[in-house]
Write a protein that binds this ligand. Sequence first.
Ligand code: WQD
Length: 341
Amino acid sequence: MARKTVLVTGGAGYIGSHTCVELLNAGFPVVVLDNFRNSHPEAIERVRKLAAGSLKLVTGDVCDSACLERLFAEESIAAVIHFAGLKAVGESVAKPELYYRVNVGGTLTLIEAMLKAQCSRFVFSSSATVYGDPQEVPVPENARFAPESPYGASKAMVERVLTDVAKANPSWRVALLRYFNPVGAHVSGEIGEDPLGPPDNLFPYVAQVAVGKREYLTIHGNDYPTRDGTGERDYIHVVDLARGHVAALDHLDELHAATAINLGRGIGGTVMEVLRAFEKACGHPIKHVVGPRRPGDVARYFADPAQAEKLLGWRAEFDIERACADTWRWQSRYPDGFRTR
Ligand code: WQD
């Protein structure tokens, strides 16, 4: 794709900030829209230090149609990568109306602004949670949808909305990128995952135990039918994921209407394997106990990444060891993330 301006909603977030670095490295001018509800302005300053190029920041909410109308009037946006949204599975069960308002409503507001501005290139941050408990692994894109949380259901709904909008507007090209488990940090250690409050996810929790912010890791069950009894997931390095978005932009014109693409390694890793790799990265043991299974967890879950390679010429490069080393560099340098003094 020609190097025209890309709007990145949620561009100050974990995956958004890493994607901005790769977009700038690839020569795309970037405009970030972020409301900083679950991110920090310092992340944008760090991105500016990590990659040369034009990066403008608009502080605002994707649900605010007036803000979007002004943005599309002032900037010539050729494509949108839409990260802005809520993503805590547990919170979505407690507040489903909030998740549908922001994730589905926010995307509808964005689509309406794009239609008005005649911007027809859309890359959507979807999630493998649309599959629910997969009937087969590795999981292909045509696996049945069975989202189990309002979060997963909101992602499935947005995919349906974008598919229908692409059908109604033949000039539109949409990539529905389904992430497996994003982990890791930029090799500089300057940006990384910075969860507010106690992390739900394995990697940030292990990292916080390793740096002494948390006392120990609870392993949610070790009686699963996997090679060591602990849950198995497809941990994809966030920089690989970011590069997958650049590849999607570069191939968007060749795709048909709305196309779903898994972004994963296609290789599973267990909780124990992550723990051991992290101990190697940080150089000391990580205290852990085995607790009961976590409701809603499945045993094994990893991508069939063949479509990404075929359609985007993209495949993940980095393994769990690299992701642990990069996460440790970020976490040990900034124990309180972007709020570290
Ligand atoms: C991974 C493994 C746990 C924490 C979630 C969301 C999904 C997506 C990615 C947004 C499992 C085990 C975890 C802990 C543990 N996010 N674990 N102790 O559940 O695969 O997916 O994040 O799209 O929507 O559902 O990731 O990191 O929570 O768990 O033992 O303290 O680590 O049981 O086997 P998950 P996770």
